[in-house]
Design a protein around this ligand. Structure first.
Ligand SMILES: NC(=O)c1ccc[n+]([C@@H]2O[C@H](COP(=O)([O-])OP(=O)(O)OC[C@H]3O[C@@H](n4cnc5c(N)ncnc54)[C@H](O)[C@@H]3O)[C@@H](O)[C@H]2O)c1
Length: 270
């Protein structure tokens, strides 16, 4: 029987980037389902506002900071005594994505070092450090799930922002490779892969421009549904594609011969 077969009542969940967009929608969904949610965000005023509105705890966290991760998890342990679900969701783009940039060529030569480091620290370190910090407490709590927010840019090229694309491909590879190790510790590990979602990560005009060129725009609630779906799923290592108006579906790579999954890990999928 899976940890969330009976729902989320009484479970403890952490949502990073919970102050806005997808994280906020997931925090709302989990709170509504009876979970005790800790909402973490770098933006203190946004995070506090969301936490107040949703009735969750709030903690200021830079997901790229490994020491901050240790502190946050030990505080959750102290105040809630358990953790069952971590939604590692905080993320940024290399530049704020305005509608105009959909058509602007990406100039790698103009990429500021600072933007590159900040993006990788948030989108990739945030998942690696987050998983490293939360897995031991989830295991001690009797198991649960870790769900990362990647992107459809984790499996297809997104030429508007190749750096973002690289970070999301890395998250996909990391989640798939960690899943067989975590399943042996009672932890399922998934990624959700949204298309374009109407949130603050997009500058004004981007969503309209996307619709104009025929790209459907998704509401954050739909991604919250996908996070819940992934966390409750009986498999692990799933990549859940989220497109407008469709239930999340699992993306499958063509099989390629590689070193694969260690036999002792009992991974159901890789
Ligand atoms: N909106 C989309 O079109 C879309 C599509 C695919 C994937 N995603 C991914 O969804 C995730 C959530 O993004 P969103 O669309 O809800 O955007 P958003 O900007 O509405 O929310 C992101 C939140 O993360 C927080 N954050 C940023 N850096 C942080 C850090 N270092 N530590 C902690 N918190 C930090 C921000 O303050 C913000 O509250 C991201 O990983 C993003 O890449 C978004």
């Amino acid at each position: 029987m899976g940890r969330f077969d009976e729902g989320f009542e009484g479970c403890v969940a952490l949502v990073t980037g919970g102050g806005s967009g997808i994280g906020r929608a997931t925090a709302e969904r989990l709170t509504g389902a009876g979970a005790r949610v800790v909402l973490a965000d770098l933006d203190e005023s946004r995070g506090k506002q969301a936490a107040k509105a949703l009735g969750t705890d709030f903690v200021t966290l830079d997901v790229g900071d490994p020491d901050a991760w240790r502190e946050v998890v030990s505080n959750i342990d102290r105040s809630h005594g358990a953790l069952h679900l971590a939604h590692l969701n905080a993320g940024i783009m290399t530049y704020r994505a305005s509608g105009e940039e959909l058509a602007r060529p990406f100039e790698l030569g103009d990429l500021p070092d600072e933007n590159y480091r900040r993006l990788m620290a948030t989108n990739l370190d945030g998942v690696v450090f987050g998983m490293r910090a939360t897995a031991p407490l989830i295991e001690r709590s009797g198991g649960g799930a870790i769900v990362a927010t990647a992107s459809t840019a984790g499996v297809v090229p997104f030429a508007m922002d190749p750096i973002y694309t690289a970070s999301k491909h890395a998250v996909v590879g990391f989640v798939r490779s960690m899943a067989p190790w975590l399943v042996a510790r009672g932890i399922a590990c998934h990624a959700v892969l949204p298309g374009v979602v109407d949130t603050n990560i997009l500058a004004e005009g981007f969503a309209d421009k996307a619709r104009e060129i025929g790209i459907p725009v998704i509401a954050p609630d739909q991604i919250a549904d996908a996070v819940v779906h992934a966390a409750r799923h009986e498999t692990t290592g799933g990549l859940w594609i989220c497109v407008a108006g469709k239930a999340p579906y699992a993306y499958e790579f063509e099989p390629v011969r590689g070193l694969g999954v260690p036999a002792k890990s009992n991974g159901e999928r890789a």
